[in-house]
Ligand binder design. Structure first.
Ligand SMILES: Nc1nc2c(ncn2[C@@H]2O[C@H](COP(=O)(O)OP(=O)(O)O)[C@@H](O)[C@H]2O)c(=O)[nH]1
Ligand SMILES: [Mg+2]
Length: 243
């Protein structure tokens, strides 16, 4: 049996008020504690203390830090293409994480990674290179700021295919900067960059675009050598930082 008439209404009103106050407190506490968490930001601010007076400042700062790409950082997209097995995923992995990896699984679609470097958000997008996926390649060109084309320097039997795919792709993009990676240079039977320049007929692609050909090895052991993929990272940063 519930409380009679006016008392029941008073009870309901009190219940609603307590619930509302509870939600407000919950929200405030949530925001406050979110603000005091250990973030991964790199700022060196002097801090605003841990009292209630500072929580909204932290909240504002968080919101600003979460602003969509392009507002705070320059957004750049790097499209990474090349035949299957050339080493695209390995290049992406070692550019972005520099952790040893026993095995890199074949890409059955897309693969992406993000780098925040020099005030820039660099999105690296790999589209798989098997024959059925190559027809999708052209759809991604318009968004790209640079194309990285990875070639297996040992796979002589498919060099002609790589060359044809690359030339067909770039026919409609005369200005898109191109970085060709002569990958797997750690292997003894790898073709040199001079040989690959010839085989891929890169001179006919230069024209109005910036074009680079780099010898690379996308392996853990090669990270500190002359063919390290970390040189690719430096080149991309320089290339994409240009106004
Ligand atoms: N020796 C050597 N092996 C590589 C290199 N890059 C990739 N690989 C290997 O080649 C295979 C295919 O690499 P993956 O990155 O999956 O190629 P993707 O299909 O183009 O993404 C994997 O077994 C890699 O470990 C390299 O520079 N040197
Ligand atoms: Mg892959």
């Amino acid at each position: 049996m519930g409380p009679p008439g006016a008392l029941r209404e008073l009870t309901l009103a009190l219940g609603a008020a307590v619930a509302a106050l509870g939600s407000l407190l919950f929200i405030a506490v949530k925001i406050y504690f979110r603000g005091t968490g250990t973030g991964t930001g790199t700022g060196t601010g002097t801090g605003t203390g841990t009292g209630w007076g500072g929580w909204w400042e932290r909240e504002l700062r968080e919101l600003r830090d979460r602003a969509p790409p392009g507002d705070a950082l320059d957004w750049r997209q790097v499209l990474v293409l090349g035949l299957d097995g050339a080493g695209k995923s390995s290049v992406l992995h070692y550019i972005c994480s520099q952790k040893a990896r026993d095995r890199i699984a074949p890409t059955h679609g897309f693969n992406s990674a993000q780098l925040f470097v020099e005030g820039m958000e660099m999105d690296l997008l790999e589209v798989g290179g098997s024959q059925n996926l190559r027809s999708y390649w052209p759809h991604y060109l318009s968004e790209a700021h640079v194309l990285v084309f990875v070639v297996d320097s040992v796979d002589r039997s498919r060099l002609l295919t790589a060359r044809q795919e690359l030339h067909a792709l770039l026919a409609a993009e005369p200005r898109l900067p191109l970085v060709v990676l002569a990958n797997k240079q750690d292997k003894s039977d790898a073709l040199s960059t001079a040989e690959l320049q010839e085989e891929l007929a890169l001179h006919t692609l230069s024209g109005q675009r910036e074009l680079f050909l780099l010898p690379t090895s996308a392996t853990w052991d090669s990270l500190s050598t002359a063919t390290s993929v970390l040189h690719v990272k430096s080149l991309l940063v320089t290339l994409l930082s240009q106004p």
